[in-house]
Design a protein around this ligand. Structure first.
Ligand code: PTJ
Length: 267
């Protein structure tokens, strides 16, 4: 019998899936305090499933997309980071850090507009160091006509006038609508064939919990590049090819598991 028993339902640090369980608990906690929508739990589970089938790591294809994404954000005139409940619950400090490193505002934009959610997310972001947050005063929001979901309500100083919108994990209809009104879209989505992934200009196929710290690191690396050098990075990036390469990686990973998965039986 193990000596140190887990008495308070926290995740024991020696659990083989400690990290994954830790983030699950952040999502559950987020749901209890209104940051995360109920459907956010299901979205998280879908993400976990995709993460599993490419090894729960930031692959080379994701690194290429991250570099292009940061270059795109750096050359944009009015970029914006859109924040939903799941992202706020999982990586609030990193959202604020990316926003400060690249000098890009955060805008709360929700699919499920339950009373109290915007306030809860605002408080969490502020606790994590955010100074200016857009998307707060619902009376001042304007509509994106091409969109029928709640995400159509946007801040006139943010998404409405942005040239590039960074949309970490979400439903697909908005990316399509944003593209139709001429915006560049950068998405983070573990599902390489979601509508968001396919419609985005730059698709980072990675878990947001790994993608954001990597983006912050790359933002520091690219800080001193000239605009032409950033444009060259973008010109060398092909989103369609990158998605196809990621699908190939998934095939290779699953193929390798035919041998590797059963090795644990011998250990
Ligand atoms: O907070 P709200 O009200 O704005 O709602 C947010 C959710 C996520 C509930 C809403 O946008 C939604 O229902 O999204 P979907 O349609 O479930 O899409 C979520 C996508 O994100 C799926 O393709 C998942 O595979 C992917 N995903 C889930 N968790 C992660 C992820 N991608 C990257 N990192 C994750 N941790």
């Amino acid at each position: 019998m193990k000596e140190k028993r887990n008495r308070n339902n926290s995740v024991p640090k020696d659990h083989p899936r400690y990290k994954s369980l830790k983030y699950r608990h952040k999502i559950i906690e987020g749901m209890k305090n209104l940051v995360v929508a109920e459907a956010g739990l299901i979205a998280h589970g879908r993400g976990e499933c995709f993460d599993y089938i490419f090894g729960e790591k930031t692959n080379e294809t994701a690194k290429k997309a991250i570099k292009a994404a940061v270059a795109q954000l750096m050359i944009s005139n009015k970029p914006i980071i859109s924040v939903n409940g799941n992202v706020a619950a999982l990586v609030p400090k990193e959202l604020v850090k990316l926003s400060k490193t690249l000098n890009i505002p955060l805008e709360i934009n929700l699919f499920y507009r339950k009373e109290g959610r915007i306030e809860a997310i605002k408080n969490l972001l502020e606790k994590s160091g955010a100074k200016e947050i857009l998307g707060l005063d619902q009376n001042k929001m304007v509509e994106i006509e091409e969109l029928s979901s709640n995400r159509r309500l946007v801040d006139p100083k943010g998404i409405k006038i942005a040239d590039t919108v960074f949309v970490p994990l979400e439903d697909g209809d908005r990316t399509e609508a944003l593209k139709k009104i001429g915006k560049k879209v950068i998405a983070v989505d573990l599902n390489p064939i979601s509508r968001t992934a396919i419609w985005a200009d730059i698709t980072i196929i990675d878990n947001i919990i790994r993608a954001l710290p990597e983006m912050i690191k790359i933002a520091k690396d690219l800080k001193n590049l000239k605009k032409e050098q950033l444009i060259t990075i973008l010109n060398n990036f092909n989103n369609k090819k990158n998605i196809i390469d990621t699908l190939d990686l998934i095939k290779e990973y699953i193929e390798a598991q035919k041998e590797n998965a059963f090795k644990i039986l011998k250990s």
